[in-house]
Design a protein around this ligand. Structure first.
Ligand SMILES: Cc1cc2nc3c(=O)[nH]c(=O)nc-3n(C[C@H](O)[C@H](O)[C@H](O)COP(=O)(O)OP(=O)(O)OC[C@H]3O[C@@H](n4cnc5c(N)ncnc54)[C@H](O)[C@@H]3O)c2cc1C
Length: 365
């Protein structure tokens, strides 16, 4: 270890939403926290995502995903308000609701909603048109009025600033090359800029987490899943609701920007933008709201989701290595599950009563 490096309590690897929120939780509990990011903070999947605060078609997901999403939905408003106080920055949380069109799973969805006490209403095509007047071909569907959204880049900027104000130490352009373990315990990390000692380590490296754990038999199944997105710049108010149809969605921001997402591509660590992806997103978005056809497209990007088999993240300690934790594999719902996921991790690390049963997220090797 380097002679002039002081030991930190918690060292977090990965500066996406998962790592940043974990850093804030641990710092709020009074610990020394350092976060290491390979590139710039918050430029990967968390930046690229849409910020819808619900799984798409939530009834299709296993209970452990619902448990984290449900806890998070109940705490999001308070979280973004607290981060705004800490940072002075607005995450642009809006309760724009989620209107689901063209689904033949309404019966199943309503049973799910009843079981989970989720606010969900069946709507006719004409009711759908009242909820979102710009729809091209309104259909019978489902309406979840309480679903919110955040503007990811804004929330991440606010969170980074909040963490700074709280005293989290950041090191950017500092890739972790290897974990250092001695006698069944993790003691630090190797980076190109030297070794750093820590009492406990959290791997929150998103799609790259298995690379960070390469020396270990990690038992994780995390793989990159590419998602392309398009951004329109419309007049504010053109579209008011998040609308989901045929697996594609549009998300209206306050200032008139409208996101159209997303593709789901198993291409390894490849973020190349494709003309096919662009056309798929554009035709789906313009089928939902034909008025988008005349609106300029001002950006097109891709991110790599940390895919896991059923979308259930791994949150917890390595069964044999003391002090080594993961929070990875949030797949398509890392923003929607983020508050609960960070809180559960901190509960486990700090020996507190966990907010939800931790068993389904356990790190088994
Ligand atoms: C197109 C798209 C749309 C999405 N839409 C939504 C949505 O609407 N709602 C929702 O809930 N979720 C959505 N998601 C999913 C969500 O964005 C992710 O689940 C979530 O952001 C994962 O966060 P993370 O912090 O785990 O990963 P990331 O944000 O990818 O962060 C991981 C970080 O670790 C760093 N890192 C990697 N290796 C190292 C290393 N060796 N050393 C140091 N640092 C390292 C990376 O550089 C990166 O910054 C979407 C994702 C995409 C791509």
């Amino acid at each position: 270890m380097c002679d002039n490096c002081t030991m930190v309590d918690y060292l977090i690897i990965g500066g996406g939403l998962t790592g940043l929120l974990a850093a804030r939780e641990l710092r709020l509990a009074g610990a020394d926290v350092m976060l290491l990011e390979r590139g710039e903070l918050a430029r990967e999947s968390s930046w690229a995502g849409g910020g819808i605060l619900s799984p798409l078609y939530p009834w299709r997901y296993p209970e452990p995903v619902t448990a984290l999403a449900d806890w998070s939905q109940r705490h999001y408003f308070r979280l973004v308000a607290d981060i705004q106080v800490e940072s002075g920055l607005d995450s642009e949380f809006i309760q724009s609701g989620l209107l689901i069109q063209a689904t033949d799973e309404a019966d199943q969805a309503m049973l799910w909603a009843e079981k989970h006490n989720a606010e969900m209403q069946r709507v006719s095509a004409s009711e759908a048109a009242e909820i979102e007047p710009r729809l091209g071909q309104p259909t019978d569907g489902l309406w979840m009025p309480q679903i919110g959204q955040v503007r990811n880049p804004r929330m991440l900027q606010a969170l980074i600033e909040a963490c700074r104000q709280l005293g989290v130490q950041f090191r950017e352009n500092c890739a972790v090359e290897e974990l250092i373990c001695q006698g069944g315990k993790v003691t630090g990390v190797k980076t190109a800029k030297g070794d750093l000692p820590a009492r406990s380590i959290v791997v929150a490296g998103g799609a790259w987490s298995e690379q960070i754990l390469a020396e270990l038999d990690d038992g994780l199944e995390v793989e990159p899943v590419k998602g392309q997105m398009l951004l329109y710049k419309a007049e504010p108010g053109l579209v008011q609701r998040v609308v989901l149809s045929g697996g594609h969605y549009i998300i209206p921001r306050r200032d008139g920007h409208i996101l159209a997402g997303s593709t789901l591509e198993y291409m390894g660590f490849d973020k190349t933008l494709t003309e096919q992806g662009r056309q798929q997103l554009q035709s789906a978005a313009e089928a939902i709201v034909p008025a988008l056809a005349g609106v300029p497209i001002v950006n097109h990007w891709a991110g790599l989701r940390p895919g896991s088999p059923a979308g259930i993240p791994y949150i917890g300690q390595h069964p044999q290595i003391e002090g080594l934790f993961v929070s990875v594999g949030h797949f398509r719902n890392g923003v929607a599950m983020a508050p609960a996921s960070a809180r559960l991790l901190a509960d486990l690390m700090l020996g507190r009563e966990p907010i939800v049963d931790p068993a389904p997220y356990k790190w088994n090797v």
